[in-house]
Design a binder for this molecule. Structure first.
Ligand code: SF4
Ligand code: SF4
Length: 71
């Protein structure tokens, strides 16, 4: 498994009801934070998030929010 950054401080939030299942977040995240489950993204490894913002930037459904550079 990847590096664990810091526990319980990441601002990463996923809104599954908005997710359209495009899988982009699983492809752009450098730390494999997301996984797909029943055609929806799920946060599988939240502590690995380093808040780079790539997932939120690339999500076409605005289902992800993260404050880049915080924490
Ligand atoms: S902010 Fe970066 S590290 Fe965190 S889940 Fe999104 S793509 Fe992955
Ligand atoms: S990028 Fe957004 S819409 Fe696409 S799978 Fe991830 S959360 Fe869902």
């Amino acid at each position: 498994m990847g590096l664990v950054y810091l526990k319980d401080v990441t601002t990463l939030t996923l809104h599954p009801e908005k997710c359209i299942g495009c899988e982009l977040c699983t492809q752009v995240c450098p730390h494999l934070v997301f996984t797909m489950e029943n055609k929806k993204a799920r946060i599988a490894n939240k502590e690995a998030c380093m808040e780079c913002g790539a997932c939120a930037t690339n999500c076409p459904a605005a289902a992800i929010s993260v404050h880049s550079g915080v924490g």
